[in-house]
Design a protein around this ligand. Structure first.
Ligand SMILES: NC(=O)C1=CN([C@@H]2O[C@H](COP(=O)(O)OP(=O)(O)OC[C@H]3O[C@@H](n4cnc5c(N)ncnc54)[C@H](OP(=O)(O)O)[C@@H]3O)[C@@H](O)[C@H]2O)C=CC1
Ligand SMILES: O=C(O)C1=N[C@H](C(=O)O)C[C@H](O)C1
Length: 231
């Protein structure tokens, strides 16, 4: 809804179709770029359909892992000239939070992520938390860091969160929240916390509009809005 409003208000764009769950997907063929904010259970079907119909896609829907991304790459390879931009988070502040976390990662032996969202969210951990963990894990591996120190030998199921690429991720679902994340780093006698708060859904729209404007020039699959920012 926020995306439709933003596209409608943008002077250089025309909203040619808005497809909800039970609407015919065929009306999307009128578009040059399709934006998907739906559900992790249906996004793959939507993407395959769009790519096979020659439509560029800008994707906010989460739930992507390496296997899903590989399938998208496969469809794109079969349809050269069609591009897809998948962004776990379109908020500029969130992209910066991930960037700063990646930069900090090599300096701290300990790291954990806490993501907090509204209770209507389908997937846990969030796409942003997954991506942050992947970026941190990459930086730690490059710096030769092993696992974060942790002496836990007895635990209730889930008490230490999920492990994404070796990084512990804790997911909170709470009424009143929108989307928030803290990346906690720990070292000798100090900690560093990087926190981002999404206060409303309009915050995602500048990033989505940027993606729509630029996806045509990004060949194949691009993951992350950071590729469009001069970081
Ligand atoms: N990358 C980013 O910056 C952001 C990503 N997200 C992600 O986007 C996804 C959607 O989140 P959110 O907008 O909060 O969810 P909402 O439930 O508010 O909106 C999703 C919409 O998609 C509709 N829908 C479901 N299935 C289909 C389908 N097959 N075809 C067309 N429409 C469909 C839903 O209809 P109905 O209500 O009838 O089920 C609903 O209107 C999630 O994965 C979320 O994590 C969210 C915000 C920012
Ligand atoms: O479901 C949401 O609301 C959000 N989903 C994305 C995610 O899973 O990271 C982005 C943002 O956190 C809002």
């Amino acid at each position: 809804m926020e995306v439709c409003k933003a596209v409608h208000a943008a002077e250089d764009m025309e909203l040619v179709a808005a497809v909800d769950k039970d609407d015919p997907i065929e009306s999307l063929t009128k578009a040059e770029v399709v934006v998907d904010f739906t559900h992790p259970d249906v996004v793959m079907g939507n993407l395959e359909w769009c790519i096979r119909h020659g439509l560029h896609t800008v994707v906010g829907t989460t739930g992507f892992d390496a296997a899903r991304l590989e399938r998208v790459r496969g469809w794109l390879a079969e349809n050269p000239g069609v591009n897809c931009l998948i962004c776990p988070n379109f908020g500029i502040g969130a992209v910066l939070m991930m960037h700063f976390a990646r930069l900090a990662a090599k300096y701290f032996p300990s790291v954990e992520i806490v993501e907090l969202h509204h209770p209507n969210k389908a997937d846990a951990p969030s796409g942003t938390a997954r991506r942050t963990a992947e970026l941190i894990a990459e930086a730690r591996a490059k710096a030769g860091l092993g696992p974060s120190p942790d002496a836990t030998t007895a635990e209730l199921d889930g008490a230490r969160g999920a492990t994404v690429e070796g990084v512990r991720v804790h997911a909170v679902r709470l009424s009143g929240l929108v989307a928030h994340q803290e990346v906690l780093f720990g070292g000798e006698g100090e900690t560093l916390t990087i926190r981002h708060d999404t206060l409303n859904r309009a915050s995602f729209t500048p990033g989505v509009l940027l993606g729509i404007r630029r996806v045509r020039e990004l060949p194949g699959l691009t993951v992350g809005l950071e590729h469009l920012l001069d970081l």
